[in-house]
Design a protein around this ligand. Structure first.
Ligand code: AKG
Length: 287
């Protein structure tokens, strides 16, 4: 069953993204938020089941403290850079988390949203042309003061053999607006193909490669979703509000679109002149 109109499919293909409000119920949203909180309560400073990696003393985006589960493959969560978690104040940590990864089996609500949701699964199937296969799960919880995620294409972080057969989904768990860091897109820019990425405070497309006057904020109510092409350049600004902006992000591919090695991907994901464009191939900004 296709839950999209022909116009919506066309808009996705032309713009590179499609936002739909009211995809998930308030109960589903609340259950997901509670389940994220439960992960923090379970694993933060609990050395029997988690490893603690203190924050690194740099201003790069991925420098926050990490709590890595020992009993769930790949699951970890990380605080916003600049925050020092205190074992005596475990209750505060949840409010400073920037991201979770590989948490899709941590609670039944995540498994439902990711693998069997009756509304999203048919849409993914329509947009991908075949059954979706999850290959990355993240939750992005930009806390108050949380910094920008600069412009990038998610395919720069991946290495699947067919970058066209990659779709991201971004699900708002709080109302997302410009002030607290909603998603921004450049309509149609996915059709430019791979754009070179550089390492700055993050892995990003340098702003002079993009016409940022064409950027469109995509505010979303809690329970809404954005489907976006793996080549769609996107960004989220800092959170200038005093409210968190929590979101789930899942990436899907087709079954045959497996990961390839670095050398092969450099020959697939490159600029028109052949320059490899992925984050793995990125140079520091000053080189
Ligand atoms: O949710 C955010 O702040 C940005 C998410 C994003 O663009 C990403 O992780 O690829």
């Amino acid at each position: 069953m296709n839950m999209l109109t022909d116009e919506q499919v066309k808009a996705y293909r032309e713009q590179g993204y499609l936002a739909l409000d009211d995809m998930f119920t308030a109960e589903e949203v609340n259950e997901a938020k509670d389940a994220l909180r439960a992960i923090v309560d379970t694993y933060a400073f609990n050395p029997e089941i988690s490893e603690y990696v203190p924050p690194r003393n740099t201003n790069v985006n991925q420098a926050g403290a990490i709590f890595r589960a020992k009993d769930q493959a790949g699951l970890f969560f990380q605080t916003e850079s600049g925050y020092q978690p205190d074992p005596a104040r475990k209750d505060e940590i949840d409010g400073h988390i920037r991201k979770f990864m590989h948490f899709e089996h941590a609670a039944p609500i995540f498994e439902k949203i990711v693998f069997s949701h009756p509304r999203t699964q048919p849409i993914l199937r329509t947009l991908l042309g075949e059954a979706p296969v999850l290959f990355q799960s993240m939750a992005l919880l930009k806390p108050p003061g949380g910094v920008e995620k600069p412009w990038h294409q998610d395919n720069a972080y991946f290495s699947t053999g067919n970058p066209d057969a990659v779709i991201g989904t971004w699900i708002a768990l709080d109302d997302a607006a410009v002030e607290n860091g909603c998603m921004h897109f450049l309509p149609g820019a996915h059709r430019r193909g791979p754009l070179r990425h550089h390492h700055t405070s993050d892995c990003e497309i340098l702003p002079d490669r993009l016409d940022l006057s064409l950027a469109v904020p995509v505010p979303l109510r809690a329970g809404g979703i954005i489907f976006f092409h793996g080549n769609a350049p996107h960004q989220t600004p800092p959170n200038h509000s005093n409210q968190r902006r929590r979101a789930l992000q899942f990436h899907y591919r087709t079954a045959g679109n497996a990961t390839v090695d670095r050398q092969t991907y450099d020959q697939i994901f490159h600029e028109p002149d052949g320059t490899p464009a992925s984050c793995a191939a990125a140079l520091p900004n000053n080189l």
